[in-house]
Write a protein that binds this ligand. Structure first.
Ligand code: B12
Length: 329
């Protein structure tokens, strides 16, 4: 069913997202989102956002899913995310590509993008199983260069890790492929992170963000991705790496007096409130990240301890605290 212009206005005068099965015109969607129709055309042309399988010479019709995708795009761009990365995230989120690259739907450029990403994820998983390090590093590096750290982590690395994890759980197989993939991702991220040394520090007194995995924590990847994303966004950051003992965390925080200490704990075993208190004694604020902290009651901790759920939110949190703009790839 196709809605007429004006069908999508509710009693308060506010346009609504179309109900399932209803489709809107480009003009109605543009008004709904507060953007020019030419912006919708440009996003469709450049990033493949909007109705799939659009035929030249026919009016575009936007379904609920297209509008949701565009709402996410508007929100991210409004938060300062670069359009290419915002589009990659919007497509991933609305397609359910998030944690696992799903089989693509049918037709059109956007699905072409999804399909090629799903192929990339499959190729990386296979190359990891073959222990073909060069192929994995090259595949991840190319995507990083083309789409940046946030899109690569969210849409390629996390889905590949989820597939590799499922394979280990289902087959009881060896984790050699997981180790290979993790090493390759670290290797591909490193040239981006290394630019930190040459990035001028806009905050007086050293790197404003200190990142560390808690004592005993070897799951470094998400924090490595955050470090690279911070550097790519020209936000000053320093990484301590895996399994940082409290005494070393304390020393590093005292010496660098970071605005934010970011502590990753993958499991409850390594999520110790003591580490948050240690960092909080010298850092102005502490960000407890990783699924390990999920069961922790932040109410019992100092007010300076906060948490976020994903990489884009961590970036936004840090940029907002520093009062610096978020420049993404
Ligand atoms: C890669 C990996 C490894 C690698 C790590 C390499 C490295 N350099 O990081 C290696 C092989 C070393 C490893 C070792 C182990 N691992 Co491991 N590992 C994983 C795997 C596959 C990915 C970890 C990861 O990076 N997760 C981050 C992302 C990819 O996860 P996600 O679900 O997509 O994202 C979630 C959040 O983290 C968040 N998020 C994602 N990215 C970001 C970024 C930021 C900045 C923020 C804020 C949030 C955020 O959003 C999601 C919602 O929670 C996970 C399974 C999984 N998919 O998580 C198991 C997993 C974490 N490992 C597990 C285990 C048991 C182990 C070992 C004990 C195995 C062993 N017997 O030796 C050891 C422990 C090592 C240690 N002492 O820390 C278990 C943990 C179970 C538990 N809850 O206790 C998991 C869940 C596997 C499983 N299915 O059982 N592992």
């Amino acid at each position: 069913m196709v809605g007429r212009e004006g069908d999508d206005i509710d009693a308060s005068g506010e346009p609504e997202r179309p109900a399932a099965g209803v489709e809107l015109t480009a003009g109605a969607v543009a008004r709904r989102l507060g953007v020019a129709p030419s912006t919708l055309r440009s996003w469709a042309h450049r990033y493949g956002l909007g109705p799939a399988g659009h035929e030249t010479g026919r009016y575009r019709r936007y379904a609920e899913r297209d509008v949701a995708e565009l709402e996410t795009m508007c929100r991210l761009v409004g938060q300062g995310v670069a359009p290419a990365a915002a589009a990659a995230l919007a497509r991933g989120q609305e397609s359910g590509d998030g944690p696992v690259a799903s089989a693509p739907a049918t037709g059109g450029e956007p699905d072409g993008g999804r399909r090629s990403r799903a192929r990339l994820v499959r190729g990386l998983v296979n190359a990891s199983q073959r222990l073909d390090a060069d192929a994995v590093v090259a595949g991840v590096s190319e995507h990083l260069a083309a789409e940046g750290v946030v899109a690569t982590w969210q849409l390629v690395c996390r889905p590949a890790l989820a597939v590799l994890d499922r394979q280990v759980s289902e087959t009881g197989g060896c984790i050699h492929a997981q180790l290979m993939f993790a090493w390759a991702v670290s290797t591909a991220l490193r040239p981006i992170s290394a630019a930190a040394d040459t990035t001028p520090d806009p905050v007086a007194g050293g790197a404003a963000v200190l990142l560390a995995c808690t004592d005993g924590e070897q799951h470094t990847l998400a924090l490595e991705a955050l470090h690279a994303a911070l550097v790519e966004s020209r936000l000053p950051a320093r990484m301590l790496g895996p399994s940082v003992p409290d005494v070393a965390l304390d020393e590093a925080c005292r010496r660098t007096r970071p605005d934010t200490a970011v502590l990753w704990a993958q499991t409850p075993r390594t999520a110790r409130p003591g580490a948050l208190r240690t960092a909080g004694s010298s850092a102005r604020s502490v960000l407890a990240v990783g699924p390990g902290w999920a069961g922790l009651d932040l109410v019992d901790l100092p007010e300076t301890v906060d948490t976020v759920d994903d990489l884009p939110a961590a970036l936004r949190h840090v940029a907002a605290r520093l009062g610096l703009p978020l420049e993404l790839h």
